[in-house]
Design a protein around this ligand. Structure first.
Ligand SMILES: [Zn+2]
Length: 272
């Protein structure tokens, strides 16, 4: 397959002009599928998240076996199912988006695929944070329930903005608001009214630092803004964000497992 430069692409695929070479031209569904067999500038994005999907789909069961038993509370089982989904869904969506983005049916199909990718990120952020918030306020049930409802309302509003936004910049705003609500829950956990495993908050904070750094690097096109045409295949902003997404969910998983261990004990709120 002959690869093309950014100027040879339809306008809807020219979203990062600093990545100059290695693009697949518009192609059929079968050609998109066949493109996993040769190297182009989306290969790293496809393979990195396919690896992340396999990793979380398989390793998760080992992780969960350390915190789950047949006597576990129903809420722990529920959070484990949600954690599994929030660890796998974004990577499935990402692989689909990157694999089929040059499909020759044009802008409309591309926008649909982009929406699949964005909604995968939203799903992971939303569902993955529920156990975190629950444990942070577990010892004050009324406040915990109010905060979870607030998070649900903010997240659903974000989803509406995400699917109706027409630019990448407009999509940053709702995800940032959702991110801020999650960060506030870290401060609550660190305050005298907070709860959860004492060590889990460190992993949750590292998780959000990597999430924010990845989003920022991708949005600012770092480092390709300084090295145009030099990082076309790997280590451009988007591929670095792919690595940070994997690291983000790895740290999130560590915090989640500690919280589930903490939740499985029956005396965790005695200090309140
Ligand atoms: Zn991506």
């Amino acid at each position: 397959m002959r690869l093309v430069g950014v100027k040879d692409l339809p306008s809807h695929l020219q979203f990062n002009p600093r990545v100059k070479r290695g693009y697949r031209p518009p192609m059929s569904l079968n050609d998109c599928l066949s493109s996993i067999c040769y190297v182009h500038n989306e290969s790293f994005n496809i393979y990195s998240h396919a690896f992340a999907l396999c990793y979380f789909a398989l390793v998760s069961w080992l992780d969960y076996s350390n915190v789950w038993s047949s006597e576990s509370l129903g809420i722990i089982t529920c959070f484990i199912v949600l954690d599994y989904l929030s660890s796998c869904v974004p990577f499935i969506a990402s692989v689909v988006y990157h694999l089929f983005m040059p499909h020759n049916s044009g802008r409309h199909t591309y926008n649909m695929l982009l929406m699949v990718d964005v909604c995968g990120v939203w799903f992971s952020c939303t569902v993955g944070a529920l156990s975190l918030i629950y444990c942070s306020l577990q010892c004050i049930p009324w406040l915990r329930n109010c905060y979870l409802m607030l998070y649900a309302v903010v997240s659903l509003t974000c989803l509406v903005f995400l699917v109706t936004s027409t630019s990448a910049k407009a999509r940053v705003v709702p995800l940032t608001i959702q991110f801020c609500v999650r960060v506030i829950s870290h401060f609550i956990r660190l305050s005298p009214i907070g709860s959860g495993h004492p060590s889990a908050v460190n992993y949750h904070i590292i998780m959000d630092i990597f999430a924010a750094a990845g989003a920022l690097i991708n949005a600012l096109h770092i480092p390709e803004r300084w090295l145009p045409g030099k990082v076309d295949y790997i280590f451009n902003g988007h591929s670095l964000m792919h690595i940070s997404a994997f690291v983000t969910l790895t740290f999130g998983r560590k915090g989640f497992l500690l919280d589930m261990l903490w939740l499985s004990t029956n005396n965790h709120c005695h200090r309140i």
